[in-house]
Design a protein around this ligand. Structure first.
Ligand code: GDP
Ligand code: MG
Length: 163
C-alpha cells in the first residue's frame, strides 16, 4: 500500500486545487463509502524518479448547511486519522481564522504528523506568509501557490522526506 497524505483545511483555501496539482488530474477517483453524504477523493502523486504516495482531498470543515458540516467534518477527521501525513492547508491571503484554529485543535487530538502548508502566496514573500502562522507552532511550514504551481515540487520533496 502507498503511504497516504490527507489534505485538510477550511473551505476555499485551495485543497482541491492542490490535490489536482499533486495528482495532475481533474478527474480524481471517487471513493464511495456507504453512509456518508460526501465522497472522499483519492489520487496518486507520481513524482518522477521518487516515491509515490496516495493523496486524499477532504471536504471543508464548515459549510452553509449544518448537516453537511457534520458529515464533511467527520469525513475530514476520518481521512486525517488514517493518514500517514496531514497537510494542513491555510490561506496566505486571508491569514489565520477561528476555523483554522478549530481544525488545528482537532488535528492535534488526531495526533498524526502534520505539516503546515500556506497556499495562495504567489507574489508574496514566502517567509512573511509563513510567519503569519508561526503561532501555530507546528514546525516549519511551506509556502505554495497551488493555482500557479509554485512550490509544488518543494512540497512534494518535503512530503516524501516526512513519509
Ligand atoms: P477548497 O474548497 O479548499 O477545495 O478550495 P479550491 O481548490 O476549490 O479553491 C478555492 C478557490 O481558491 C478557487 O477559486 C481557486 O481557484 C482558488 N485558489 C486555489 N489555489 C490558489 C492559489 O494558489 N492562489 C490563488 N490566488 N487562488 C487559489
Ligand atoms: Mg474542494
Amino acid at each position: 500500500m502507498l503511504p497516504l497524505v490527507a489534505i485538510v483545511g477550511r473551505p476555499n483555501v485551495g485543497k482541491s486545487t492542490l490535490f489536482n496539482a499533486l495528482t495532475r488530474t481533474r478527474d480524481a477517483l471517487v471513493h464511495d463509502e456507504p453512509g456518508v453524504t460526501r465522497d472522499r477523493h483519492y489520487g496518486v502523486c507520481r513524482p518522477e524518479g521518487q516515491r509515490e504516495f496516495a493523496v486524499v482531498d477532504t471536504g471543508g470543515i464548515a459549510g452553509e448547511d449544518e448537516g453537511l458540516v457534520g458529515a464533511t467534518a467527520r469525513q475530514a477527521r476520518a481521512a486525517a486519522a488514517e493518514a500517514d501525513l496531514v497537510l494542513f492547508i491555510v490561506d496566505g491571503r486571508e491569514g489565520a481564522s477561528a476555523l483554522d484554529d478549530e481544525i488545528l485543535a482537532w488535528l492535534r487530538r488526531a495526533a498524526r504528523p502534520t505539516m503546515l502548508v500556506v497556499n495562495k502566496t504567489e507574489g508574496r514573500d514566502s517567509q512573511a506568509a509563513l510567519n503569519e502562522f508561526s503561532r501555530y507552532g507546528i514546525g516549519d511550514g511551506i509556502a505554495i501557490s497551488s493555482a500557479h504551481r509554485q512550490g509544488i515540487d518543494d512540497l512534494i520533496d518535503e512530503v516524501i522526506a516526512r513519509l
